[in-house]
Design a protein around this ligand. Structure first.
Ligand SMILES: NC(=O)c1ccc[n+]([C@@H]2O[C@H](COP(=O)([O-])OP(=O)(O)OC[C@H]3O[C@@H](n4cnc5c(N)ncnc54)[C@H](O)[C@@H]3O)[C@@H](O)[C@H]2O)c1
Ligand SMILES: [Zn+2]
Length: 554
């Protein structure tokens, strides 16, 4: 299993009471110690375009073979080209190799090596690019030196033994970066199902793999409202459409829905490069993304969001997932199972909003207010001034008293802010995310058994709770809290819930620590449009905020 290992122990003794006592032993282990390049170095390397990496490796290999360096992994004291120096070469600084081997002279058989040392973990990795895939595949040797301190107490003496263990192993590393690019297309209002508009057809390829067929997974409400139009669209274009209908709503966002989609995809025999369409709200899109990611280990899919919330939020990122009921605890966890998997494209036609009921439109405003609070006072002002009228008119461009451009400006701004925040952090390596505003306490609120709260509503309750927090901490004045409260109320969003108890709030903080890798990292606003993340919220503070929430007229 392990290519090779070598273990060696050096033992030295520190004696507190018996200065002349010495104790030696040899420790053997057959478990090689895992090691990785520090993520910043791998990031720097993988962020370079493939051709730049190839050129750098070639350059490095050439310079290595023409230099006097002897740098095989077994000669660890010799010189090394480091991965970080490869990366920095793209910034016009050259990778450096020094020769302290004292060997002088050049040897064309010498190979380039890359060394990564992590002082904290004591891991040193020496990588050699393989000739046939030098950009991606490296053979390596890893060494880890671990210090172990043991204290032995005998009557009258305390013996401290420090053991230094060196573990070596070898293997291969594959470094690969996936190119992620997808277009979020704004489709001219109300034209997506017009057979003369080819966008829906073209997004899935002119004739995927030579077949005049398409597969679409569709939300049941959307199918009732738009099914005939969707079928007519494909029929007019000479395409045979196969559909899988799934129910919308959080209650059915479960693995069973993904199974149903996978059954349909198997039955249809969707090919590896044949994109399918996902038409529906955030729930349908999350299920479809997960199915796309799993079927044949990943097939392309196109998102067509049909709710305000999905248009401004669920359709623009790369996340998918379902709620999961754990067989052990019998508890259901929000979005616990899923993946990061990009769509091939998104087609956004805001005319779908016209058939949503008022509560669902307000639900979408929950995510939009969140974005405004953390990033944009301009967006907040638009919501403050026109939100109520737009709910009433279902985002019609001819809303009485609202300039024609306002509805689309709100949608455009929201999508742009989302993408600006998600774009550089698609895999959420950075856990301090302002778009997580309203997503700390809402997760448990949504999962309270029998709770009648939608996602955007729960996000809004959480968002207002966090505003109250900001006030208690002195980050914002009471006038700002009142202004936020008024805006939320104007679009008929709830700002409190009887389920938001001290217990739930504190459990949410603990869950946040678990989910956000050891710290709460809860976004709070410092002004409308400005935010920070905090990790020191106490239970007492939560209780004071809950108390203050009661003062508002809910
Ligand atoms: N993946 C992400 O990045 C992301 C981001 C935000 C939210 N989400 C998820 O999105 C979900 C919420 O999405 P949602 O609010 O769209 O809920 P939803 O998908 O359940 O849709 C709400 C209801 O509207 C119906 N519906 C859909 N389109 C309609 C239309 N045009 N006209 C009339 N009815 C229509 C649906 O059948 C459903 O009953 C949550 O599960 C949330 O976790 C995901
Ligand atoms: Zn959300």
């Amino acid at each position: 299993m392990v290519p090779f290992f070598l273990t060696f122990a050096r033992v030295s003794c520190l004696l507190s009471f018996l200065p002349d006592r010495e104790n030696t032993s040899t420790i053997t282990t057959d478990s090689p110690v895992g090691a990785t390049l520090s993520s910043s170095v791998v990031d720097a390397w993988t962020s370079l375009p493939a051709e730049v990496r190839a050129a750098l490796v070639k350059m490095e290999m050439a310079s290595s073979s023409s230099s006097s360096t002897t740098n095989s992994p077994s000669q660890r004291d010799c010189s090394y080209a480091s991965l970080s120096s490869f990366a920095s070469s793209s910034n016009n600084s050259t990778s450096s190799e020094t020769d302290d081997s004292g060997s002088g002279g050049k040897d064309s058989t010498e190979e380039v090596t890359i060394v990564e040392e992590d002082k904290e973990s004591g891991v040193k990795v020496v990588l050699k690019p393989l000739e046939r895939a030098p950009e991606n595949v490296f053979s390596f040797t890893k060494e880890q030196t671990k210090e172990i301190t043991a204290v032995e107490k005998t009557p009258g003496t305390l013996v401290t033994t420090k053991t230094s263990i060196l573990t070596c192993s070898k293997g291969w590393r594959n470094v690969f970066s996936l190119p992620i690019a997808y277009d979020v297309n704004l489709v001219p209002h109300g034209t997506i199902l017009d057979p003369r508009n080819p966008q829906l057809l073209d997004s899935t390829g002119p004739s995927p793999e030579g077949y005049n067929r398409r597969f679409a997974v569709i939300d049941d409400a959307v199918d009732r409202l738009y099914g005939d139009k969707i079928r007519a669209y494909f029929q007019v274009n000479g395409i045979e459409l196969t559909t899988c209908i799934l129910t919308g709503g959080e209650a059915d966002k479960r693995p069973a829905a993904v199974d149903k989609l996978l059954d349909s995809l198997c039955d249809y025999k969707l090919r590896r490069r044949e994109p399918f369409l996902a038409i529906g709200g955030g729930v349908l899109l999350d299920i479809a993304g997960m199915g796309a990611c799993l079927y044949r280990r990943g097939v392309p899919f196109v998102r067509v969001p049909t709710t305000l919330l999905a248009i401004v939020d669920a359709s623009v990122g790369v996340k998918n997932g379902v709620d999961y009921c754990c067989g052990v605890t019998d508890e259901t966890y929000k979005n616990r199972v899923g993946s990061f998997y990009a769509p091939s494209s998104c087609l956004l036609d805001a005319s779908f909003i016209a058939t949503q009921d008022a509560r669902n439109i307000c639900n979408g405003f929950g995510e939009i207010i969140k974005l405004a609070l953390v990033r944009s006072v301009d967006l907040f002002e638009l919501l403050e001034t026109h939100g109520a009228a737009l709910v009433k008119s279902r985002f019609s461009s001819s809303t009485p008293g609202v300039p024609e451009w306002v509805g689309s400006r709100i949608i455009d701004l929201s999508i742009q802010i989302m993408l600006e925040e998600l774009g550089p952090n698609l895999w959420e390596k950075k856990l301090e995310r302002c778009v997580d505003y309203g997503h700390t306490f809402s997760k448990l609120l949504e999962m309270v058994p029998g709770a009648d709260v939608m996602h955007g509503e729960a996000v809004n309750i959480d968002g207002f709770f966090c505003c109250v927090f900001s006030y208690l901490r002195g980050y914002i004045p009471m006038e700002t809290v009142q202004r936020v409260f008024a805006c939320m109320k104007s679009v008929s969003l709830p700002t409190n819930s009887q389920d938001l108890t001290s217990k739930l709030a504190w459990q949410s903080c603990k869950d946040a620590v678990e989910h956000r890798h050891g710290e709460q990292r809860i976004p709070l606003i410092t002004d409308i449009g400005e935010s920070i993340c905090v990790s020191d919220i106490t239970q007492d503070e939560l209780d004071r905020a809950l108390e203050l929430m009661k003062r508002f007229d809910h």
